[in-house]
Ligand binder design. Structure first.
Ligand code: PMT
Length: 230
């Protein structure tokens, strides 16, 4: 590269690092676990890698970062404040404390939409007869946080979808009062849950959808913040 190209790249990187200077970013990440009894739960395979990547990208851009995370073994960046929770109700409670001061809220968490109506004490025992589980809907955390945030705060959601169709993600964008939503087609092998890379479509309240192409989750996170906050 020529000197002027290097200079341009350095200036661009410096500008990018200023994008979130002095801003507070709140991220929900990982799965939630909804207990059936003292030893079993309903959950999903979210590893927290995408949430950790958004945390790292926001820190690189100068933000102060809080992550409210379900049970995961991923390492969050040391400079992020990390609050650990288990259930969706706990995630809502803890994230609600941070939402009013946040400039940007990113819902990466794969929240269980339902929880068992009752938690059995001890361990449910096997019986010969059929067992029916009663489930009750969990609150919509990102929608609640959008309601608690200051006007002008940016609210970004993710939508894990079983196909490339964007319609359901667009519905979620409107229904949850988001500024942008990241459509993640989790039927594609090698992206989405648990993987190190991802490929997404960014749908903003205004403007055409943007395709990320396949990249590392950190690059996706940086691309996402740059294209929603500018
Ligand atoms: O953690 P990884 O292994 O890296 O995987 C990343 C990921 C696949 C989990 C991530 O990229 C992703 O797609 N996250 C959203 C998963 C999801 O549950 O999407 P959803 O379509 O059910 O929810 C839509 C939005 O509403 C999300 O921002 C979600 O956080 C939020 N939501 C959903 C339900 C609920 N009760 N409360 C919520 O806040």
């Amino acid at each position: 590269a020529t000197n002027s190209e290097i200079l341009a790249a350095a200036l661009e990187a410096m500008q990018r690092s200023q994008l979130l200077a002095g801003k507070r970013v709140l991220i929900t990440s990982g799965p939630t676990r909804e207990p059936l009894d003292d030893v079993r739960f309903l959950s999903n395979d979210s590893s927290g890698k995408m949430g950790a990547a958004v945390a790292r990208a926001a820190l690189m851009m100068g933000a102060e970062v809080t992550v409210v995370s379900g049970p995961v073994s991923v390492a969050y960046p040391a400079r992020a404040r990390v609050e650990r929770v288990t259930t969706a109700l706990e995630m809502l409670e803890v994230a609600s404390v941070h939402a009013p001061g946040a400039d940007v809220i990113v819902g990466v968490a794969a929240v269980a939409d339902y929880r068992p109506k009752e938690r059995a004490a001890g361990k449910m025992r096997r019986e010969a007869s059929e067992k029916h589980l009663e489930l009750v809907p969990n609150p919509d955390i990102i929608a609640a946080l959008a309601g608690l945030a200051e006007p002008g705060a940016k609210i970004i959601g993710f939508a894990a979808e079983p196909d490339p169709d964007l319609a359901e993600a667009r519905n979620k964008l409107a229904r949850k009062h988001l500024d942008a939503i990241v459509h993640n087609d989790v039927s594609e092998p090698g992206i989405g849950f648990g993987s190190d890379s991802n490929a997404v479509t960014l749908i903003r309240a205004e403007g055409e959808p943007l395709l990320s192409g396949r990249r590392s989750k950190l690059e996706i996170a940086r691309w996402l913040l740059e294209n929603t906050l500018r």
